[in-house]
Design a protein. Structure first.
Length: 249
């Protein structure tokens, strides 16, 4: 395990990599761009390493109080730095971004805006119950922590997806009370329209923030309990990863 400080202020925590990894997954925990959930960080990285992938957690800058200025593009630029660092450490291997909730918005923001911002393109996106839209179904806190009083349209990702957006795997629960499932549905529609390859899984019931949905990340006080059916997303994700053309056997 190793922690690397990046120039723009993020920290990159590398889990111990397996021998001959298939690639590396960079994990962005959620927390509304206000804090970072530990349940969506190192446990997820360890799961990917057990599946044959190197993994690292991106501890990006958040806006802890409204007194702080909005974050703007700082988190996505920090993630771009993390991707570049991973590409240097694991040359010729695919580098994917993974995020949950607001971390899903961050991962998808790099997938959407990488070219415009002059950042490295990730080879794929893995998104759990992601914040996507700044419109009707937005998670307002996340968008406000990014945009403040500015026009939030740039952060409404479903309106800006192009054929250059990398392939995506994402999942959501239909009953998510905090980040409505319409976020993932809007993403699926936009990816389809742009001809971008994706796989989406919707589960009929479940609260927000389930992470791996395994006993390891149980949080009974918030009704986040292990669910073997929902936990199946991770195995399906590993299978999806093995189908990507970017993976070199």
């Amino acid at each position: 395990m190793e922690t690397v400080k990046l120039p723009l202020g993020a920290r990159l925590w590398f889990a111990d990599a397996p021998e001959d990894p298939k690639g590396i997954v960079l994990i962005c925990p959620g927390g509304g761009y206000q804090w970072l959930s530990p349940r969506e960080a190192e446990p997820v990285a360890n799961a990917f390493t057990a599946g044959g992938w190197a993994a690292a957690v991106v501890y990006y800058t958040v806006r802890e109080t409204p007194a702080q200025p909005p974050l703007g593009t700082l988190p996505v630029r920090q993630l771009g730095e993390a991707v570049q660092t991973a590409k240097q450490r694991f040359p010729a291997l695919p580098v994917l971004v993974c995020g949950f909730s607001a971390g899903g918005h961050l991962a998808a923001s790099l997938g959407v805006h990488w070219k415009e911002l002059g950042l490295p393109r990730p080879d794929g996106m893995i998104l759990g119950y992601p914040v996507i839209t700044a419109g009707k179904y937005a998670h307002r806190g996340s968008i406000q922590n990014l945009a403040g009083s500015d026009d939030p349209g740039w952060y409404s990702l479903e309106t800006q997806i192009t054929a250059d957006t990398p392939p995506a795997f994402f999942w959501h629960t239909v009953t998510d009370p905090e980040v409505p499932v319409q976020n993932s549905l809007l993403l699926a529609g936009a990816l389809s329209a742009a001809g971008v390859r994706y796989e989406m899984h919707l589960y009929p019931r479940g609260v927000h923030g389930l992470s791996l949905a395994t006993p390891e990340v149980d949080e009974p006080a918030k009704h986040r309990l292990a669910d073997p059916h929902i936990a199946g997303w991770f195995g399906q994700c590993l299978e999806w990863l093995d189908t990507l053309r970017t993976i070199k056997e």
